[in-house]
Design a protein around this ligand. Structure first.
Ligand SMILES: C[S@@+](CC[C@H](N)C(=O)[O-])C[C@H]1O[C@@H](n2cnc3c(N)ncnc32)[C@H](O)[C@@H]1O
Length: 291
């Protein structure tokens, strides 16, 4: 396993290079990706007037949704490493009447506390497994919460219950040249939080209590349009940066390669159904070191 500084630099570089793909796909991802975080929002039940943090907010769709729920008087803060995604979130959304909505660019691992702290609740969709030093990042989150505040996050389980995810990389990589290094062992990546015992250890080490790790299966429904669906998956994944740099012919070959591997998840005329296995992570702040 590489050292933390190397992993952190790799994560920063990855998201700087992948952000343009997320920006391009933002509306599509908000729509198809909705089931990826719905269960965490249900558990969290943000209330009017609360302050809520969204860790790894991407282009801001979930943060804006939370801001609408906590209005009036509440506020939502979206934090993300990728400046281009934060800039996009700021352009896309304004605060609903009576609520605060703010987007912050920063690395959750290196902040003392997230601007806007202390928070009553923290939400995070599909981000925590990507942290180079998860205990450092989770400790920042916990320090940014008031005593007893609640956390709800979703992450992938393992590759067996998310078969479309490796398919989206494998089908494209053959056409696109060098890819970012594949994670080894506990290195950050989509399946780095597959082991629930490890996830519990990380949250406990960061000072969380009442830790719960719950399996949750969803299906991502995508339209019956292979060109659109394969481009969405390539652009938000590890092949995204190389895809955007490639010639149109090569891009077409990459989409066709992914389409072949995803065919088993497609019903012609009905669309794609992508089976997705998540953990819902729930916990509370123990209330120490709240700013
Ligand atoms: C898989 S995306 C999920 C985005 C969004 N939550 C969603 O579900 O659409 C992971 C996000 O986490 C952000 N991220 C990764 N490492 C981070 C860190 N150390 N601090 C803050 N954000 C980070 C990335 O920039 C990216 O936007």
């Amino acid at each position: 396993m590489d050292d933390t500084a190397t992993l952190r630099a790799r994560n920063f570089d990855f998201w700087a290079r992948t952000a343009p793909g997320w920006v391009h796909q933002t509306d599509r991802h908000d729509e198809i990706g909705r089931p990826l975080g719905a269960v965490a929002l249900d558990w969290l039940r943000p209330q009017a007037g609360e302050r809520v943090l969204d860790v790894g907010c991407g282009c801001g769709g979930t943060t804006a949704e939370i801001a609408r729920v906590v209005a009036p008087l509440g506020s939502a803060v979206g934090l993300d490493l990728a400046e281009a995604m934060v800039a996009t979130a700021r352009n896309r959304f304004t605060a609903p009447d009576g609520a605060g909505l703010r987007f912050v660019a920063g690395d959750v691992e290196t902040l003392d506390a997230v601007p806007g702290a202390p928070f009553d609740a923290v939400y995070s969709r599909m981000t925590l497994m990507l942290l180079a030093d998860p205990v450092a990042g989770l400790t920042t989150v916990r320090r940014s919460m008031r005593a007893g505040a609640r956390l709800a996050a979703t992450v992938f389980r393992d590759g067996r219950v998310n078969p479309w995810l490796p398919a989206a990389l494998l089908g494209a990589a053959a056409h696109l040249g060098p890819m970012p290094p594949l994670p080894i062992g506990d290195e950050p990546g989509p399946f780095a939080f597959a082991d629930p015992a490890r996830v519990t250890r990380l949250l406990t080490a960061a000072g969380f209590t009442d830790v719960g790790i719950h399996p949750y299966d969803v299906t991502l429904d995508a339209p019956d349009d292979p060109e659109v669906v394969t481009e969405w998956l390539i652009e938000i994944g590890p092949a995204g940066a190389a895809y955007r740099d490639a010639e149109p012919t090569t891009q077409g070959q990459a989409r066709a390669g992914v389409a072949r591997l995803l065919e088993r998840f497609r019903t012609a005329g009905a669309g794609y159904r992508l089976p997705t296995g998540l953990w819902l992570i729930t916990a509370r702040s123990d209330g120490t070191s709240t700013p």
